[in-house]
Design a protein around this ligand. Structure first.
Ligand code: ACM
Length: 286
């Protein structure tokens, strides 16, 4: 694990929980799990982060021709190739990693999932709740809820990390649920094809007082007549709703920032307004 203290910290800051958050934006090779894992292994070795977020379906690609093709590439978790190799990459490089993959559940159901591994091993899996467009014909809607996990970030500190996948951004309830469960950072693996999400993520971060790390992919995939082009523009937002770093809409890009997780602890908007405690859920579902 790296020393996460930023250059401008003072000795008094040493107890402040800093974390280096990163995304890696790239174009996965379609249906080539081993090739994508080899590539990711090389990339991570050259970099420095406490938490790395990779795109949705980052070892398989996205545009499956049919359910049979998806079933051939889907993997069990945590025994499948992607999870086993990610555990190795995490422990060798002292980094926690959120990575999207096609998951075959123990009962054979297929999920659009993301795993979280830390240098100490496999931590858990999130199964995408809000499926986008044709994903509804291929995947089961997620049944994991919105779990939050603790990862090590240096100097004995931990960060609380929640996961949502791509189109979950469109439903404020996903990020809100993670914030209510104590997430300081929302990891957001994505395969975005619309342009609205990068404009919305600063709002998701601000309205919940959390950091968000959106890792989107680039490149295009074709299945018959259907061509999709992924929109890149990965970004990290802070609890004030500022974009701390962002990627272009195409090309491979590693982006990282060191943040003070303490910024995600105060949820006060004014001295008398709290982002979470001032909610009125008794009135919302009328
Ligand atoms: C998406 O949810 N992959 C757009």
């Amino acid at each position: 694990m790296r020393n996460s203290t930023p250059e401008n910290s003072t000795p008094e800051d040493v107890d402040t929980p800093f974390a280096r958050l990163a995304y890696y934006q790239f174009a996965p090779a379609y249906m080539a799990v081993g090739e994508n894992l080899d590539h990711l292994e090389r990339v991570v070795q050259r970099q420095d982060a406490d938490l790395l977020v990779l795109p949705e379906l980052c070892t398989s690609g996205y545009l499956f021709r049919d359910a049979g093709e998806l079933a051939r590439i889907a993997e069990s978790v945590p025994d499948g190739e992607t999870t086993r190799r990610m555990v190795g990459i995490a422990s060798e490089n002292g980094v926690s990693i959120v990575a999207g993959l096609a998951e075959r559940g123990s009962d054979g159901r297929l999920f659009n999932s993301a795993i979280l591994v830390s240098p100490r091993g496999f931590l858990g899996v999130y199964r995408k709740v809000h499926l986008f467009d044709r994903e509804k014909e291929l995947f089961e809607p997620g049944d994991s809820g919105f779990p939050v996990f603790d990862i090590p970030v240096g100097a004995g500190h931990t960060a609380r990390v929640g996961i949502m996948i791509c189109f979950d951004w469109q439903f404020p309830e996903a990020a809100r649920t993670l914030a209510l469960r104590g997430a300081e950072v929302i990891a957001h693996p994505s395969n975005l094809i619309l342009d609205k999400c990068p404009r919305t993520m600063p709002v998701r971060a601000q309205e919940n007082g959390v950091f968000t790390v959106t890792a989107n992919r680039t490149g295009s995939e074709r299945a018959g007549e259907v061509l999709v082009t992924f929109t890149g523009s990965s970004l990290i937002c802070d609890p004030a709703g500022q974009v701390r770093i962002g990627a272009p809409d195409r090309g491979e890009e590693w982006g990282a920032v060191t943040v003070d997780l303490g910024e995600a602890h105060s949820k006060m908007v004014t001295p008398s307004n709290h982002l979470l405690y001032d909610r009125r859920p008794d009135l919302y579902d009328r």
